[in-house]
Unconditional design. Sequence first.
Length: 503
Amino acid sequence: MGVNGTELTFVIIYFVGMIIVGIIVARKIKGSDDYLAGGRRMPFWLVTATLFATWWGGGTVLGGSGAAFTDGFHGVIYDPYGAGLTLIIAGFFFMKIVHDAKVNTAAQFFSCRYGSWAARWSGVLMVPTYILFTAVQLVAMGKIFQVLLGWPYALTILLGTAIILFYTVLGGILAVAWTDFFQVIILLAGLFIIFPLALKLAGGWNNVVAATPAAHFDFFPSKGAGLSDWLWWWGALLGVGLGTLAAPDMYQRAIVAKNGKVASASALTSGVAYWIIGVIPVYLAFIAITLIGNGTLSGTIINDDPEKLILVLARTVLHPALAGIFIASLLAAVMSSGDSAMFAPAAILSNDLYKPAYEKIKKQPLSDTGLVLSTRVSVFIIAGTALLVGFFYANMYDLLVLAFQLLFHVLFFPLVLGVYWKKANTPGAIVAMITGFGLAVGWSAVTGTLFPEPEWIWALGPGTVGGVVMVIVSLLTQKSYPPKPLISTDGRILKWPELKATE
C-alpha cells in the first residue's frame, strides 16, 4: 500500500494542530506545579476526556482488533474489559484519596503512607513497566506510518516517537491533557465514520454473524468449559483489572483534578465509556472476517499481521478523505496514550528518584526550574528506552498485557493495603514490591516466555504471593517499624490519626 496524498494531507493537518496546542499550552507553564500537576484545577469534562484518551491507545484499537480477529471476545478480555474495570474500581475507592494527598506523582503517594524509601522502590519498579506501555504506543505509531507512507518500520517508529516526544516535552501534563481532549473528539469521530460504512459493505449485521465463527461471540467460557478455562478467564480479567489499579498515568489525572469528587466521577464515567466504545474495534474485526470471506478485503496483510487490520479496512472501505480522518483518529488514540505513558514515568524519575538524590548529594533543594528541566530530560530517557523495546518486539497486545500484569505483581497489594489496612508498614510494602517483581520476571526468564503456562497462575500468582509476604512481614515488624498514618504532602492526616507520623 503506497502513499495517498489526500490521506497524508489530513494527517499532516492533524499533526500541525497538535503541535500548535502544545506550543500554546507551553506558554502557560509557570512552574513545576503546572508542568507536573496541571495547576490541580482541571474540570470534570477535561479530566474525563484525558482519562479515556489515555486508556484508549494503540493496544486497544490496533492490538485489540487484531486479537479479536484471531480469538474473538476471549482475545480482548484483558483490554478493554479488564482495563475498563480498573477505572471503575479506582473511581469508587482510590481516585479521591490520591487527589487529597496532593502528590505530584503516583510513586510519591507511597511516601504518604510508607515513607520515602517505599516511594523510591515503587518508582524504580514502576518505570520499567511503563516503558513497556510506552513501547506499545510507539509500535502502533510505527505500524500506522508504515501503512500510510510505505516506509520501513524502523524509520516510521522513529518518526512517531519524535512527534509524541516534541509536544510532551514542551508542555508537560497540561499539554498532555489538552491534546487528549481534542484527540478524543477525533478518535470518536473516526470510529463512528468507519463502523456504519464497513457494516454496510459487509451486507449488514446478519451477514457478519453468519460469517464469523460462533465461538468469537462468546464473552464467557463456553458451556462445558473446564476449571482451567474459567481460571484463565478470571486471570485475564483480574490480572489487568486489578493490576492497573497502580497505573501512574491514571493517578496523574486524580492529581490534576480540581477536587476529589471530580477525580472519582471522571474515572467512573471514562470506565463505563471505555467498556461501551471498546466493543467497536471487536466488531470491526468481525466485519473484516466477513469481508475477507466474500473477497472484498484482501487477507494477505491482515493474516501476516492482524494488528494492521483496521488500517487495511479503512483504506478499503473509506474514501481517501474519510480514510485520512480515520487514520488521524488512530494516531489520536495512540498519541493520547503515548504522551501519558512517556510523561508519568518521567515524572517519577525526576520527582521521586533524581530530586531526592540531587538534594542528598548537593545538600540543597532542587529548584523549580531544575525539576522541570530534569523531567524534560527524563521524558527523553523513557522515550529512547521504549523505542529500543519497540525495535525488537513489535507485538502491541503482548506488550500491553505484560505491562499491566507487572503492575499488579509489583504494586497492587502495597497500594490497596496501604489505603485500607491500618497495620501495613514500610518493610512489608517494599518486600511485597520486590517479591512480586522478582517472581514474575524470574518465572518468565526461566521458562523463556513472556506468559508462562498455566497463564492464569502467572497472571495472579507472583503478585498474590507478594501480598501474602507483605502481610506476614508487616505483622512481624510492627514494633521495629510502626505503621504510619496516611498523610498528604502538606502534612494533613488523611487516615489513622492515632498512628504516629514518622519518616
